[in-house]
Design a binder for this molecule. Structure first.
Ligand code: XBP
Ligand code: MG
Length: 279
């Protein structure tokens, strides 16, 4: 693998200006033994018999945002919307406090190999951002514990936008806030909701699969089995992965296949084909 040259030189010559990382399932392995446990503990605190099993939780993840997930589950369990919403809010407040404590204590592990990629990108001078559906109350202590908050130029969470993934709002907020050209940005995600959000903002997307990743991610510029070493390309354009590692070279290869035109387009509708390179 190439040795880092002068960061400024590389950042200026690289087609990759910024990388936007999703949190749950991408930076951290947080759902099965983290959020799901915190939700079950919140049910117990309120004396409710509900417990989300590992398989059931994988299906519930189709709804992004813990409070929305709880509301949808409670309505699905027979409560009216007006009964479900306040209960979901109470449960989510308890859950968020519990997960924040887990995050602070180091009980939520990194996804294997992601630290190497983050520090490598940092060394090359690539700007780093976070775009998550999760709640700032636990997102910040979690990122601080693992990376130090200063690693990311901006952290956009679910509370900062009107609509959650798969809507593109969190990614659009990163782009506009940092005045980034989507053609020079790559998103790193683990779910079809995240993939659709990135594409809705006109950003190329690398999906790193985990055991909760749903099958509908074939639209991603690249799908890999992990960050490596020994990770495999599962679908998408061939991209360099030296020693089975996702590196800056892997991500640089994706900025040339961004979906559609430069400007972000309405969520859900993607123009296919290569984008105009008006640089
Ligand atoms: C995944 C989510 C979040 C978490 C739970 O977020 O949908 O809702 O499951 O966190 P990401 P909250 O975009 O990082 O994959 O309870 O705070 O929502
Ligand atoms: Mg995720």
């Amino acid at each position: 693998m190439r040795k880092p040259r002068d960061d400024r030189a590389r950042a200026q010559t690289s087609p990759l200006e910024a990388v936007v990382f999703d949190v749950d399932g991408t930076l951290v392995d947080s759902e099965r033994h983290g959020h799901r446990v915190a939700f079950n503990e919140a049910f117990a605190v309120l004396g409710m018999p509900d417990r989300w099993g590992e398989e059931e939780y994988g299906e519930l993840l189709a709804v992004t945002g813990g409070q929305r997930r709880l509301t949808a589950y409670l309505v699905g369990s027979g409560l009216s919307q007006s009964e479900a919403e306040p209960l979901a809010e109470r449960l989510h407040r308890i859950k968020t406090g519990g997960f924040r404590d887990m995050a602070r204590s180091g009980a939520v592990p990194l996804v294997p190999g992601v630290r190497r990629l983050v520090t490598g990108l940092q060394r090359w001078g690539v700007r780093l951002f976070v775009a998550t559906t999760g709640s700032r109350e636990w997102v910040e202590p979690l990122l601080d514990h693992h990376f130090g908050l200063s690693t990311f130029e901006r952290v956009v969470t679910g509370a900062d936008v009107a609509s959650l993934k798969p809507e593109p709002d969190v990614y659009l907020e990163v782009l506009t806030g940092a005045q980034l050209d989507p053609a020079r940005v790559v998103a790193v995600e683990d779910s079809s909701n995240g993939l659709r959000a990135a594409h809705g903002a006109g950003i190329a997307c690398l999906v790193v699969r985990n055991d909760y990743t749903d099958p509908d991610v074939g639209d991603a510029e690249l799908v890999v089995s992990g960050f490596g070493p020994h990770a495999r390309i599962e679908s998408g354009a061939p991209a360099p992965m030296p020693h089975g590692l996702v590196t800056i070279e892997t991500l640089e290869a994706l900025v040339d296949t961004r979906p559609g035109v430069n400007a972000p387009h309405p969520p859900g509708r993607r123009q296919r084909g290569r984008h105009r390179r008006d640089r």
